[in-house]
Write a new protein. Sequence first.
Length: 130
Amino acid sequence: MNGFRGFMSRLMIGRYGMDELNRVILIAAAIVLAVNIFINIHILRLIAVVLLIIAYCRAFSRSIYKRQQENSKYFELKSKLFSGRSRKAGNDGRRVLICPYCKGKLRVPVGAGKIKITCPHCNAEFEETV
């Protein structure tokens, strides 16, 4: 198995690899294939194969800059579509700060203004505007 892992590592050198857009494409292909199990329509199988080819062509592509642009356009579209909905973990009105003394990560509420923070890791106190 280690030989196969080394082979794949060497194969992917200089290639784009997986990103969130590829994951979405692969999930869409899996959903289309699952639907095709229940509703046997040849066009669904063709759509799934095309989606799989697109995902693997993107993953093995050497045009890294173009794939990054496609992924950023996907994120822009995603943010436009879901901007009105409530935000999930990570964007819950908090900001992550780094302690200047121990470099530990701290979460503080956004919009609180200038606050005095005590680091729970090293007990150092510092002020920050959030």
